[in-house]
Write a protein of this length. Structure first.
Length: 367
């Protein structure tokens, strides 16, 4: 198949089953390919391997999910027509990581580092292209990060995000290292290829606000990134985004300094109880801070449909009518009335959702 017809693994979770809509897409592609291959006098497999087969697959996406791509009928049979309509998409990876090298952070949290490294090994069982490649710890360092993201893919811009350890001294990737990596890459490329997240942990109270302030002084920050299930304060197993005493002062601080994007690690449970990573603490905060954007990472592969259907039963009616919980990748063309409605909504974005619409911003999966 020229394109996936079901969710493929993001190397964090095993793929979810194929949905009815995705099965319909698969049928549309096979039926169209059978027809066009017969007209061209070639086998269906050969047609699907061609640029015309890819164009037909995009047209099938339009049929099933709504108009998302411009595809002319001539592209089904004429490679020249495909080449004439080729579009260069802007690709923004909204969350990436590498890890600091030993000389940068001598006391890295080794247990957490090994957990991250194990994802490379797990990926080998999910991706046949990786079966012959033996992972090594150097794969997680900056050099390979640059290779895989900017040389092996067509990514244009990335957000580089912190990876906290069990303490500030054992962080896997600190804001200072992020600043060095971003500065070096942007200098080499003579363009802003990397933007950065600052790290915040509201459970620390005043200490967190001081840490946020110090990052603002040292680093240019486009957003704040938090890990609700990985608190820094002793004796605490999580913090909540809707905690008025702890989290709201951090949101006020971000607002005061003009940073409106709040990014939260959710869904991928490391470590402990998955409930510590539930996104259901975000809606109330979004209602109380309507001028802020809350970007919720990883949630799509934690049964987001089931979470939303269960969670919305306990949400206030005004929230359901005021907050846009549509995933970015599932947005389709809207009527003027729909645009006006959604234009008045607050922003709660779920990255890593179930049915990606190619050509849009990439999801928030780790690299």
């Amino acid at each position: 198949m020229p394109i996936p017809t079901q969710a493929v693994s993001n190397e964090e979770f095993l793929p979810i089953p194929q949905t009815p809509e995705q099965k319909h897409l698969e049928h549309e592609i096979f039926a169209g390919a059978e027809r066009e291959a017969r007209l061209a006098g070639i086998e269906r497999r050969q047609f699907l391997r061609s640029s015309c087969g890819l164009a037909l697959s995009f047209a099938a996406l339009n049929t099933v999910f709504g108009k998302c791509f411009h595809v002319d009928a001539a592209e089904f049979s004429d490679p020249a027509a495909v080449a004439a309509n080729k579009t260069r998409f802007f690709i923004f990876d909204v969350q990436t990581h590498h890890v600091a090298m030993p000389e940068e952070i001598p006391h890295t949290d080794q247990e957490f580092l090994q957990a991250i490294f194990s994802l490379r090994e797990t990926a080998r069982s999910m991706n046949p292209a990786l079966k012959k490649r033996v992972p090594k710890i150097e794969d997680l360092y900056l050099e390979n990060y640059v290779k895989e993201i900017f040389l092996d893919s067509e990514t244009d811009v990335v957000a580089l995000s912190a990876l906290p350890g069990s303490s500030e001294e054992s962080d896997i990737l600190t804001p200072d290292v992020i600043y060095k990596s971003r500065s070096w890459i942007n200098e080499v490329t003579s363009s802003p290829r990397v933007i950065s997240h600052g790290y915040f942990s509201p459970d620390l109270g005043q200490q967190n606000l001081e840490y946020m302030h110090s990052q603002l002084e040292k680093i240019k920050i486009e957003a704040w990134k938090g890990y609700t299930g990985w608190p820094r304060a002793k004796g605490v197993d999580r913090w909540r985004m809707d905690d008025e005493k702890l989290a709201y002062p951090a949101l006020d601080f971000a607002r005061k300094h003009g940073i409106r994007n709040i990014c939260l690690h959710k869904g991928l449970p490391f470590p402990g109880d998955p409930n510590r990573w539930s996104p259901m603490d975000v809606p109330r905060a979004a209602m109380d801070f309507p001028d802020m954007n809350f970007l919720v990472y990883h949630s799509g592969f934690r049964d987001v449909a089931e979470v939303l259907s269960r969670g919305t039963r306990s949400l206030p009616e005004e929230f359901l009518h005021s907050v846009d919980v549509r995933p970015l990748c599932l947005e389709k063309e809207e009527s003027p009335s729909q645009q006006r409605l959604h234009g008045n909504r607050q922003h709660v974005r779920l990255h890593g959702v179930l049915e990606p619409c190619p050509g849009r911003a990439r999801d928030g999966n780790d690299h």
